[in-house]
Design a protein around this ligand. Structure first.
Ligand code: FES
Ligand SMILES: [Fe+2]
Length: 419
């Protein structure tokens, strides 16, 4: 694709079981993705627990755009853009804090944390100016599901619930592992920058084919059984949830194991406080089921990955640069399991963690690999002959099949082709 040929030939770029290498390397396509996906669809921004008190704020993003997520004095959440309405300076440089207003450093214009212009120095120079028209920019729509705050720059379009569709239930499944039915994002974020296109990350999050090979060393060191969940003998399934969302549903294996907290590599006896609170909240029978099923492994298109015990937020910076923001999930009211959730997160995706380093290496090598001119396409046909529908009508495949990737590309194409 180039400027003279502004409408891409989608039939040649994306086919049911293959995509062209240029899908990951073409800067013009990246610009189009910003318009058609990142600045249009619902994108995950942050979690309400990151701004627990009135006047808290935290710096977030939608793709390359900085977004200030604030909670105003009345408790309302706002998604503001970091650009002074005077002459464009950034009004906030902090990652987080507590402030009722933001003062631009250039000429001192001040904005309240709900985005309104409060005032400016030497106001006689602005006789007759309507201050209500000079607030900060904001993300056009905001909506919250289970504490997850999403933003969309499109004034109209599907509601957040419609956008989440089949993935909505996975967030319900996540929060019910908290005795208070709420998760908290309070453990702090690590940022991992990779020289790779963002779609390689999205595809990899629910790629059940790679763990046995890419993560063989950490599974061996940790004596982990996770690798077996992603083998050709596994009863786990890969599922296309529609809307570009997908999951590796490991519950069939956990149910076979029939052990509460087996999904987390531990047992109810080792986490007695958590288990007691879950029993009190749900009743023993239901608590047992929840603690057997565990939390989901789900990619919510385009940027929120819930990886059982962590969330990853994917932020594209350019066609070949992406940041993953990673943090441990915390269950409200469950300090004993939260400590372990943080420890395991440090071991797998912390600065010296092995798991994300393995994946990061693959992202960068793949990005370099697809620069080669031949073959034209990447092959995504694994398991296409055994795709089937589950009882809810979702397309599913075996644990190692490329059902999620095919679903992602189907949705991606529909977004990119839309007017
Ligand atoms: S650019 Fe912000 S006050 Fe002038
Ligand atoms: Fe991986």
């Amino acid at each position: 694709m180039n400027a003279a040929d502004a409408i891409p030939n989608w039939d040649s770029l994306i086919r049911p079981h293959e995509v062209r290498g240029s899908m990951y390397t073409d800067p013009a396509l990246f610009e189009l993705e910003l318009q058609k996906i990142w600045y249009r669809t619902w994108v995950y921004v942050g979690h309400v627990s990151e701004v627990p008190q009135p006047n808290d704020f935290v710096m977030k993003s939608i793709g390359p755009q900085a977004v200030i997520m604030t909670r105003d004095k009345d408790g309302e959440i706002h998604l503001l853009l970091n650009r002074c309405s005077h002459r464009g300076n950034q009004v906030c440089l902090k990652d987080s804090g507590n402030a009722g207003s933001f003062t631009c450093p250039y000429h001192g214009w001040t904005f309240t944390n709900n985005g309104k212009l409060r005032g400016y120095p030497f106001p006689t120079g602005y006789e007759g100016v309507d201050n209500s028209q000079l607030g900060l920019g904001r993300v056009t729509r905001m909506s919250i599901y289970q504490g997850f705050v999403f933003g969309s720059f499109a004034a109209e379009g599907p509601t957040l619930e419609e956008h989440l569709g089949g993935a909505r239930e996975t967030l319900d499944r996540l929060v019910r592992n908290s005795p208070e039915n709420e998760i908290e994002i309070t453990a702090g974020f690590l940022k991992h920058q990779v020289r790779s296109n963002w779609k390689f990350l999205v595809e990899n999050e629910t790629d059940g084919y790679h763990p046995q090979f890419v993560h063989a060393s950490i599974f061996a060191v940790a004596k982990s059984g996770i690798g077996d969940l992603y083998s050709s003998k596994s009863t786990a399934v890969s599922r296309d949830l529609g809307g570009g969302h997908s999951e590796n549903d490991l519950r069939p294996e956990f149910r076979r194991l029939d052990k509460p907290l087996g999904w987390f590599g531990t047992s109810a006896e080792r986490l007695p406080d958590y288990t007691a609170k879950m029993n009190a909240a749900h009743g023993e029978g239901r608590a047992r089921e929840i603690m057997i099923d565990g939390t989901p492994h789900v990619m919510i298109f385009p940027n929120l990955f819930v990886a059982e015990i962590q969330i990853f937020v994917i932020q594209p910076l350019s066609v070949s640069e992406t940041v993953q923001h990673v943090t441990a999930i915390q269950f409200k009211g469950a300090p004993d399991i939260n400590r372990r959730l943080r420890q395991q997160t440090m071991g797998s995706v912390g600065p010296a963690g092995l798991l994300l380093a393995d994946d990061g290496e693959m992202y960068e090598r793949t990005q370099r690999g697809v620069q080669a001119l031949k073959p034209d396409y990447l092959y995504l046909g694994r398991g296409k002959h055994r795709e089937r529908e589950d009882e809810q009508g979702f397309v599913v495949g075996d644990a190692t099949d490329e059902v999620p990737t095919r679903g992602m590309w189907r949705h991606y194409r529909s977004q990119m082709e839309a007017d």
